[in-house]
Structures are given as structure tokens and as C-alpha cells.
Design a protein around this ligand. Structure first.
Ligand SMILES: C[S@@+](CC[C@H](N)C(=O)[O-])C[C@H]1O[C@@H](n2cnc3c(N)ncnc32)[C@H](O)[C@@H]1O
Length: 254
């Protein structure tokens, strides 16, 4: 049952929140006036004992009121857990998603927001989620489609770094497949897409996003090639358009 975080997750998250923050920052340029966390807050099935796995910096809880809930936040990363301790009233545990330090049937709701696609063994995590949820407990997961951020993915090959965005989805848990996988463990599976794209007005947020994905910084030549490519598009269209494809999957523990 024990599983370790993926090599990619360790490189990205174990000692810094900066990579996650740079990637979240680009979503400021969304076309939907309602941001992702607020949209999610309107839909999360929250009841009494709530667990979030892979909770990152805990950004969700600045949007979602949790008065009256008993909130437990987990992440494998000590650095993320340090941030999570700022969330008022939350209990924080550092642990792997597939090896949760909780008794069977401990929670009424479990959230896995933008984290399933980082796991080497997502099925092991889903089994663990059903173990710690009570029968009838509610599960919510957010994942991305294969075409999510397609126009950012297109930059890597153009600047000699084709591997750059590959780490964004490490397994097959994508919008196109995740509902089938979740159905193997849960019932009443419902999928809803968050409607938004990005229109980025300057190169900087895109360059910061690309830089956040790699331990091997962009060379000056690669960065200059990326900047030229982005500026050409902005000069022609007024912004650099990027499609997004994110879904919320909700389900019930049998
Ligand atoms: C893209 S971030 C999302 C963070 C947060 N859920 C949010 O939406 O802002 C993915 C998070 O999952 C965590 N993570 C990755 N693999 C994990 C694992 N095996 N067990 C627990 N947490 C993990 C990372 O440390 C990171 O905080």
C-alpha cells in the first residue's frame, strides 16, 4: 500500500511553494470573471469531517468558509505543510496521498484538487480515499484535459525544450479518462467543466510559468526565442490566448 511521491512531485514541491505559485499566477488572466477557487467553492460537497489531500498552499480555504467543519489538510511536502499551518482551525498532517495516517471511515468529504495527475499510482490513492471516507461520503477531484494549456505546450518544441510541459500530467488521469477511473471506486460520478480560457497580455507570466516547470533553467537563447514568439502573437492579437480544460469530478463512497 505504501507509495512515495513521484520524482517529479519531489522536484517541484518538496522544498518550495514558488513553482506552484508561478503556475497559479497565470490564471489571473482568465476569461471567466469567476476564478477557479470561487467556482469550486460553489460546488464542493462539504460535510462535517473534511480532508484535503495534496492541499499545496491551502489557497482553497481563503475562498471556502469552513466554520462548522472539522478540516484536515495534508501534503507530502514539508514546505507546503508549513504554509497549510496558516489556515485557521485546520489540522495539518504531512503524508503521502496513498498512505494516509487516518483510521477507516474518518471523513465525510475528501478533496483532491489538481493532484491526482502527479501520482505514480493513482489507483492506490483512490483505494486509500475510499478507506478513509465513510459510506455515503463525498469525493471531489479536479483534473485537466489533454488539451489544457495547449498553446503553452506548443512553446517547448519551438525553443528546443520539448520536454518542458510533459511533467504537468504524469499519468493517465485526465479529464477524458478520470470519470471512468473514479467510477471503479465510487458511485454517482458527475463531471462538470470550468468554463474559462486565458488571455495573457505580456510575456512575463508565461516565461515565469515555463521557468517553474524545470530544474534546468531556460538558456538565454531559449528564453529570448520564447519571448519573441509570445510577443509576435501579442502584437498581432493583443494577447497570447491559451485554452484551459479543467473539470471537477464529484462522486459518492459506496
Ligand atoms: C498542483 S499542486 C495543487 C495544490 C492544491 N491542491 C491547489 O489546488 O492549490 C499539487 C499538490 O499535490 C502535492 N502532491 C503531489 N504528490 C503527492 C503525493 N503523492 N501525496 C501527497 N501530496 C502530493 C504537491 O506537493 C502539491 O502541493
Amino acid at each position: 500500500m505504501n507509495s512515495t511521491p513521484s520524482k517529479h512531485a519531489v522536484g517541484q514541491y518538496s522544498t518550495t511553494t514558488a513553482n506552484l505559485s508561478a503556475r497559479m499566477a497565470i490564471h489571473e488572466f482568465r476569461t471567466n470573471p469567476q476564478d477557479w477557487f470561487s467556482w469550486l467553492a460553489d460546488r464542493l460537497p462539504l460535510r462535517e469531517d473534511v480532508l484535503e489531500v495534496g492541499a499545496g498552499t491551502g489557497r482553497l480555504w481563503s475562498e471556502v468558509g469552513h466554520d462548522g467543519l472539522r478540516l484536515t489538510l495534508t501534503d507530502f511536502s514539508a514546505t507546503m505543510c508549513e504554509e497549510l499551518r496558516r489556515v485557521p482551525g485546520a489540522e495539518v498532517r504531512q503524508c503521502d496521498a496513498a498512505d494516509l495516517p487516518f483510521a477507516d471511515s474518518s471523513f465525510d468529504s475528501l478533496i483532491a484538487n489538481h493532484m491526482l495527475y502527479h501520482l505514480d499510482d493513482p489507483a492506490a490513492a483512490l483505494r486509500e480515499f475510499t478507506r478513509v471516507l465513510r459510506p455515503g461520503g463525498r469525493f471531489a477531484a479536479a483534473v485537466n484535459g489533454r488539451d489544457h494549456l495547449e498553446e503553452l505546450r506548443a512553446i517547448g518544441p519551438e525553443i528546443g525544450r520539448p520536454e518542458l510541459l510533459r511533467g504537468l500530467i504524469l499519468n493517465d488521469v485526465v479529464a477524458e479518462t478520470a470519470a471512468d477511473l473514479v467510477s471503479e471506486y465510487f458511485t454517482d460520478v458527475v463531471v462538470e467543466r470550468y468554463p474559462s480560457n486565458l488571455e495573457v497580455p505580456t510575456p512575463e507570466p508565461i516565461l515565469a510559468y515555463l521557468g517553474s516547470l524545470t530544474d534546468e533553467p531556460l538558456s538565454p537563447a531559449a528564453e529570448s526565442a520564447a519571448r519573441d514568439l509570445i510577443e509576435t502573437k501579442i502584437d498581432a492579437d493583443g494577447n497570447y490566448p491559451v485554452r484551459t480544460h479543467t473539470v471537477l469530478i464529484t462522486a459518492t463512497r459506496r
